[in-house]
Design a protein around this ligand. Structure first.
Ligand code: ASP
Length: 422
């Protein structure tokens, strides 16, 4: 992909919004995404696109960033923002500012004009003044007749981009969580938690319950998974959003250094959008299944593993235990655990099967169902499923977990854990 950009407007739940509220959000997202797309198509740097897109969303009162920010428990707007350049890993952030019209631009100045990463409160405001950035009266941010509750309003904004030069960048800006304690700082200005970008992996911007994102260093974790665990972007994102974060705490947008986009939330909704040089341009208030990925996932490994298991079923159902065992790694390192015991090695596993299933009658007719194929990198896969045996004597069934590995160009089961339902 030559260029790619994704944006979010917070992990709010669109089900409670009136049709016109939904429409103004969609319009705000589309307008910002369009500007970001045009900049990247024109060859502008990802960092510039991120800043400009976020400024637009900060100026839009329908989002919880800049004008429109939610308020603290004592009814003030305290704004946080951060930005990161994936090509140099330079970053800048501001926290708890109350008079800076565009906190994202101040964050960029912290990055470019100081030797620091994060400025907070009065010091940050004095720096904004010294930088001659537009300052406003704190009342500029107050757009509500009645302060919204946390549930009603989650509208943090963020943008991630990959430009034509192969650089990625990320930024996030927010008023934080509604009715937060004065002085509370969330994940949005914390590099590694709410925002992260590095050219070797990806750019990420998060939204949701900031404390949960800080505890788990979510944005950095996604880059780390790609670096050290050989995960593709959408796998890393899925791991973080579905397994690491507590349910119903937020979501994130990300783009890999190769221009793949992955968006995911574990809340009922997340306002977001994605566009890239293939002509994709879409905005959503929630994603079906809570995720969207533009990666062209090759189904090939899953299909190959499914084929091996299908052959096993066929062999079993003609009473051929040896043929069934063909799917297993013919090695002393094969492990098979079942019924509280571990069998080590191919020969012992075969012997165990032969002892337990001496003939076609005891073997019965095998089916596998509820299969889940979970790639763990390019050459290892986990397969979860249910097995059942129809036969004259008591039918039996249970669950199994396989670890399947690519060995000498062939997928082989290297570990099998089987349990029988009581
Ligand atoms: N993550 C933000 C914070 O905790 C809030 C949000 O995304 O809605 O400050």
């Amino acid at each position: 992909m030559e260029w790619a950009v994704a944006i979010h407007g917070g992990a709010g739940d669109p089900r409670g919004w009136k049709a016109e509220q939904q429409q103004v959000r969609r319009d705000g997202l589309s307008a910002a995404l369009k500007v970001g797309s045009e900049m990247l198509a024109a060859g502008k740097p990802a960092l510039d696109a991120v800043e400009v897109v976020i400024r637009l969303l900060e100026d839009d009162p329908n989002f919880n960033a800049g004008r429109g920010a939610v308020l603290t428990a004592d009814s003030r707007a305290e704004l946080d923002a951060s930005i990161m350049d994936g090509s140099s890993r330079s970053c800048g952030a501001v926290a708890g500012v109350t008079t800076v019209k565009n906190p994202i631009t101040l964050a960029r100045r912290v990055m470019a004009e100081t030797k620091h990463v994060l400025l907070a409160g009065e010091g940050a405001e004095a720096f904004a003044e010294a930088q001659k950035l537009p300052l406003v009266d704190p009342s500029y941010f107050l757009t509500y007749q009645r302060p919204p509750t946390a549930q009603e309003y989650m509208g943090t904004v963020g943008c991630v981009a990959r430009d034509k030069h192969g650089n990625v960048a990320a930024g996030t800006s927010t008023g934080g969580t509604a009715r937060k304690l004065p002085g509370r700082i969330g994940d949005s200005p914390i590099v590694g938690a709410g925002t992260y970008a590095a050219n070797d992996s990806c750019a990420v911007s998060c939204t949701g319950v900031g404390e949960e994102f800080i505890r788990n260093s979510i944005a950095f974790d996604i880059a780390s998974q790609m670096r050290h665990a050989d995960r593709r972007l959408e796998q890393a994102v899925d791991q973080a959003v579905r397994l690491t974060l507590k349910p119903n705490t937020g979501g994130l947008i990300s783009v890999s250094s190769t221009g793949e986009i992955a968006l995911q939330h574990n809340t009922p909704g997340m306002s977001c959008g994605a566009a890239d040089s293939s002509g994709r341009f879409e905005v959503h208030l929630q994603l079906s299944d809570g995720k969207l990925s533009t990666a062209e996932v090759s189904q090939e490994p899953q299909a190959l593993v499914a084929e091996i298991l299908q052959k096993q079923v066929e062999a079993w159902n003609r009473g051929d235990v040896v043929g069934f065992m063909d799917g297993y790694w013919q090695s002393d390192l094969l492990t098979f655990s079942s019924g509280g015991a571990i069998t080590r090695g191919f020969a012992s596993t075969l012997a165990r099967y032969q002892q337990r299933y001496p003939d076609a009658k005891t073997m019965g007719q095998l089916t596998f169902s509820e299969m889940e194929y979970v790639p763990l990198g390019d050459s290892v896969m986990q397969v979860l499923g249910v097995w059942s045996l129809e036969r004259e004597e008591q039918p039996v069934s249970g669950r199994f977990t396989l670890v399947v590995r690519l060995i000498d160009n062939q997928w082989k089961i290297v570990h099998d854990h089987t349990s029988t339902t009581e």
